[in-house]
Design a binder for this molecule. Structure first.
Ligand SMILES: *Cc1c(COP(=O)(O)O)cnc(C)c1O
Length: 350
């Protein structure tokens, strides 16, 4: 028997949420946006010149980087783009978490962080969220090799205040701190203004949730020019042409339509607040969510059983069989109609 497997980089992969191939279902399991992307996105795709596919795309992704820089009132040199924020975060882990000390992140958070740490052989330590699922900033004061957190956090939806983030930064001047703001458009203060003060801060965003473009795969990071330069050096050592031509055009079109963006977000936030009331009335408990999902628990019925019952109705929510959270369901906010169907089923079932 050959022994090539001893040289394999063995990893325990991330398991993404299910993407069922059903034509009719209520899909509330991966925090996608129930509304279509901005109308300009469809136009950009319709007017796309397919002959251009012969040519490599712009390796600097300039149309998209410029649109994002203008939108956030920063320079192009402050923006790094990638194939979804998973690609951006992975590149950040590879580039900045390169020390001997363990990196720190919460025990309950985006379950990709420990996967990248495993992939790149980065030592890590997790810090327990408090009883109410809040991040405790003081836990991140000890010496470490870097800090990463999602804000609002996933899958809890809980928001850390800007003061909390600031204290973490003040105690972590010598390592890179990553704020994963996948859900910040749905509520809460962004850490973005702090990039001017802290050159070791990276703020990471995605087009997958608030911009209804999970299928396009666009994410980005914002930070000081020096930190963005290091990220680009790593990216150009990995894959120069990460962003394809259509996603560059579609992404830029999305950023240009602020009115539509605000409108869909306002709608999701309004639905979220209504669903919170309904779930409370039904007897669910949950931490206050500032994201496009609610992480809820029901005292007298197992989350896993509710999950299975919903699944039989073709209503998909997310269930994590993990310590501390194995009696919770993460329910994405869909359209009002979808949420009404969910609520009426729960009324009958519980
Ligand atoms: C969805 C999500 C991402 C990944 O988003 P993509 O841009 O689709 O790769 C990253 N971080 C958190 C916390 C998320 O929930």
């Amino acid at each position: 028997m050959s022994n090539w497997e001893k040289n394999v980089r063995k990893v325990v992969p991330y398991v993404p949420g299910e993407q069922p191939k059903l034509t009719s279902m209520i899909k509330l399991n991966t925090n996608e946006n129930p509304y279509p992307p901005a109308p300009g996105v469809a136009k950009a795709l319709a007017s796309y010149d397919v002959d251009k596919e012969r040519l490599y795309p712009d390796p600097t992704a300039d149309v998209l980087v410029s649109a994002l820089a203008k939108y956030h009132g920063i320079d192009k040199e402050n923006v790094f783009v990638g194939v979804g924020s998973d690609d951006v975060l992975s590149m950040c882990f590879l580039t900045f978490f390169n020390g001997e000390r363990p990196i720190l992140f919460p025990d309950i958070t985006y379950s990709f962080y420990d996967v990248w740490a495993g992939l790149y052989r980065i030592p890590y330590k997790t810090k327990a969220l408090d009883e109410d699922f809040n991040i405790v900033p003081e836990d991140y004061f000890e010496e470490n090799g870097g800090v990463v957190f999602a804000n609002p956090n996933a899958p809890t939806g809980a928001l850390m205040s800007l003061e909390g983030i600031r204290t973490i930064l003040e105690h972590n001047r010598d390592v890179v701190v990553i704020a994963d703001e996948a859900y910040i458009d749905f509520g809460g203060d962004t850490a973005l203004p702090l990039i001017r003060e802290f050159d070791n801060l990276l703020v990471v965003r995605t087009f997958s949730k608030s911009r209804s473009m999970a299928g396009t795969r666009i994410g980005y990071a914002m930070g000081d020019k020096k930190i963005i330069k290091y990220l680009n050096d790593a990216k150009f050592s990995f894959n120069s042409y990460t962003m394809n031509r259509t996603s560059l055009a579609m992404g830029a079109a999305s950023v240009e339509d602020e009115e539509y963006f605000r409108k869909t977000i306002d709608r999701i936030v309004a639905t979220r607040e209504r669903v919170k009331k309904e779930l409370k009335t039904l007897g669910f408990t949950f931490a206050d969510s500032k994201s496009n999902f609610i992480f809820a628990s029901y005292k007298t019925k197992k989350a896993e059983d509710i999950f299975t019952a919903l699944r039989e109705e073709n209503i998909f929510v997310r269930y994590f069989k993990k310590p501390r959270i194995d009696n919770y369901l993460r329910i994405t906010i869909g359209t009002d109609e979808e949420m009404d169907t969910l609520i009426s089923f729960l009324k009958k079932y519980l």
